[in-house]
Design a protein around this ligand. Structure first.
Ligand code: BGC
Length: 252
């Protein structure tokens, strides 16, 4: 394989910062990924230092993509629900481009997973409207129509009918763990979330990502929806893969 078919992706999460070179033709890691714990104080300075370390460990040169678990508007961070609030207003794209001398492309973590699922994962053969959700500490979302991403949808912050809280405070995977919910109890909450999205958007497919997508057989069959709902094909690797793809497409 030549290096021209490779890209590089970094996935910044609330608990870990992961990165790997990506085979852009196959949509898979070109080498084993590395993961470093997100610093307890997840400030821009601390997290950027870890992202740079990930790049250095692979000696990566060339354009690269990097996800962030919040709104990313033209490279600038506009929300930080599950990381240090001092991120808001940081131009991460400019910062990483200047610090590395390589073109960085920043995108929302769920948007990145959505792009990867659409090209190489569970939505690869599906036309029309695809909604990818990631269930983790929060809930992330990506909307793609015939492969075109509508960025920063933030469905985890929807207020569901009859609830005072945002959807992610009620139905994220972390809520199931923190409140010791059974799979059935959690599925009832997911039902409300997905039924609401289904009514508003009439999607052709829901894809469920995040770490808990590995255990999809415990809860997806309990949902009663007209829309097909399937686990992510790329599991939790979509963030890295989608970031690498997006960065490479931009630099073409
Ligand atoms: C953030 C989203 C993010 C999701 C998953 C939410 O709290 O607002 O931007 O995609 O968590 O990390």
């Amino acid at each position: 394989m030549t290096t021209t078919t490779q890209g590089f992706g970094i996935d910044i999460g609330g608990s870990g910062i992961k990165g790997a070179p990506v085979d852009l033709t196959r949509g898979e890691f070109a080498a084993e990924r590395i993961r470093i714990d997100t610093p307890d104080e997840s400030t821009p300075g601390n997290v950027i230092a870890v992202a740079l370390e990930v790049l250095e460990q692979f000696g990566w040169t060339g354009p690269f993509g990097c996800t962030f678990p919040g709104i990313v508007h033209h490279g600038v961070i506009r929300s930080a629900a599950n990381v240090d609030k001092s991120w808001i207003g940081v131009d991460l794209e400019k910062e990483l481009t200047e610090r590395t001398g390589q073109q960085a492309t920043i995108l929302n973590d769920a948007d990145s997973a959505g792009v990867a699922e659409d090209r190489f994962g569970a939505a690869a053969d599906v036309d029309g409207l695809v909604i990818v959700t990631t269930l983790g500490t929060g809930i992330g979302s990506a909307v793609l129509h015939n492969g075109v991403l509508l960025p920063n949808t933030e469905f985890g912050h929807l207020h569901l009918p009859h609830h005072h809280h945002e959807a992610e405070k009620y139905a994220a995977a972390s809520v199931r763990e923190d409140h010791d919910l059974s799979w059935e109890e959690w599925a009832e909450r997911l039902q409300e979330f997905y039924a609401h999205l289904e009514f508003i958007f009439s999607p052709d497919l829901f894809v469920v990502g995040g770490g808990v997508s590995k255990k999809a057989d415990k809860y997806l069959h309990l949902l009663d929806l007209a829309t097909p709902i399937v686990p992510a094909g790329l599991r939790n690797d979509g963030g890295i893969i989608g970031a690498a793809l997006t960065a490479a497409e931009r630099s073409r």
